[in-house]
Design a protein around this ligand. Structure first.
Ligand code: C5P
Length: 419
């Protein structure tokens, strides 16, 4: 089955009258992705509710979705053509409607099938909707809908965990009677709930709009010789999540990162570095513009005094290396005459609270984020304790992306009190 955009013969209908109050430049644009599942019928109601509330809804359906509900339904309800084909010859410059995601303020996939979630998690782009999701710079929300066993399958849960890590918001699913006759978790949230979530997202003023955020993330690597070095087990996951959350909050983000095995988030500027010295130089080059400096990097505290240009030969005796301290980047920044709002991180293995409170004073920062190194390093989840002038705030265990979003809200609160 091959569904092409369907242009209705009339352009003047009741919806254009209902939505005409919102000037085109103020109207928010939602790209509604519909994938194959019985819940696709609820997506039609969702499209109706959103269009009724003045949102410009552009619908993209997968081929499987077309088996469940007709494109003409969405066309009528949204007054926009419905797209299903990556290879539409009528699209601008044959760019496969890539502009659809460029113009979108938000993409919502409802329903999101197990198959589509798997494709998203693996960055596939083999049809129009997956391509648009990959080629976006706006937030992505998914409303899963599937049989309870598909939902509970470790493969689905693994894919969802990857998507959450990538900054995708997962809405639902709810529990209840399913189309297959079973009862359990996997029902798509109701159209009204999803419409409210989308509208709330559009109402929210980005907290850090107009602010420049400078971040460090990942480990540093201090060379010993031509092939060896001192480093640590930081994965960069927390720093990258905070960078993503800052982007979501509307900030212009510069991310300075040690080497990690992660795809950089869509920040304004990404600066890869190796050693603590490199990181300091990069920070110093960028700091003048920063309103907020978030130092998440696990900077090595020592480097060797004399780096050997050649590989050091093995001998039977002991080898003594002279270690000298690296520059403390955070302290250098917080000691500037006019420092940005500084946030430090502390990974402790014991006496978390005492050490973190002491570190906040020593580093002279208004906010210090502490976690237990053994729980946090390399993990997708963490429990955080925020230390500031008003005391401690515990963020119970959650995904690093969720923690990052909470942290950005907290930073915004403190920053607004000072400015
Ligand atoms: O002293 P400690 O390494 O525990 O401090 C952790 C905090 O200080 C983190 O925010 C880290 O990014 C920052 N730091 C730094 N430069 C160093 C060491 C740590 O900026 N040389």
């Amino acid at each position: 089955m091959h569904c092409m955009p369907i242009e209705l013969s009339f352009t003047w209908n009741f919806l254009s009258i209902m939505t005409s109050w919102a000037s085109p430049e103020l109207r928010k644009c939602l790209l509604l992705g519909v994938t194959g599942g019985v819940a696709a019928y609820k997506a039609a109601e969702l499209a109706r509710l959103l269009a009724q509330n003045g949102i410009n809804v552009q619908t993209v359906m997968t081929q499987a979705a077309c088996h469940f509900v007709g494109a003409a339904t969405f066309q009528s309800l949204t007054s926009n053509p419905v797209y299903t084909d990556l290879w539409d010859a009528n699209a601008t410059q044959n760019m496969a409607h890539i502009n659809l995601s460029r113009d979108a303020d938000l993409i919502l996939i409802a329903p999101a099938s197990a198959d589509f979630i798997a494709k998203l998690a693996h960055g596939m782009a083999d049809d129009l909707l997956t391509t648009l999701c990959l080629a976006r710079d706006c937030p992505l929300m998914i409303a899963p809908a599937m049989n309870r066993q598909m939902w509970g399958n470790p493969a689905t849960q693994r894919n969802l965990s990857q998507l959450r890590q990538d900054g995708v918001t997962v809405l639902g699913p709810a529990s209840g009677e399913q189309a297959c006759g079973e009862v359990g978790i996997g029902r798509m949230l109701e159209a009204v709930e999803l419409a409210e979530t989308v509208q709330a997202a559009f109402r929210t003023v980005p907290l850090l709009q107009g602010k420049n955020v400078l971040l460090t993330a990942g480990p540093t690597f201090e060379a010993i010789d031509a092939v060896r070095g001192i480093t640590n087990r930081s994965s960069g996951k927390m720093g990258y999540a905070v960078a993503r959350a800052a982007v979501e909050a509307g900030a212009a983000v510069t991310l300075i990162s040690g080497s990690v095995c992660l795809v950089p988030p869509a920040v304004d500027k990404f600066i890869p570095v190796v050693s603590a010295e490199d990181m300091l130089r990069a920070v110093q080059a960028e700091i003048a513009l920063a309103d907020i400096f978030i130092s998440v990097a696990a900077v090595a505290d020592y480097r060797v005094a004399h780096v050997s240009q050649q590989k050091i030969k093995k001998s039977d005796g002991n080898l003594a290396l002279e270690l000298v301290p690296t520059p403390d980047i955070l302290r250098t920044v917080s000691s500037l005459p006019n420092p940005p709002f500084c946030v430090g991180f502390a990974a402790e293995t014991e006496n978390l609270e005492e050490n973190a409170a002491m570190k906040r004073r020593k580093k002279n920062v208004p906010l210090l984020v502490a976690n237990l190194a053994q729980d946090a390093i390399g993990s997708d989840e963490s429990e955080l304790i925020l230390f500031d002038d008003s005391g401690q705030h515990i963020l119970p265990k959650a995904s690093k992306m969720e923690q990052a979003r909470h942290l950005i809200k907290h930073i915004h609160r403190l920053y607004s009190q000072q400015h």
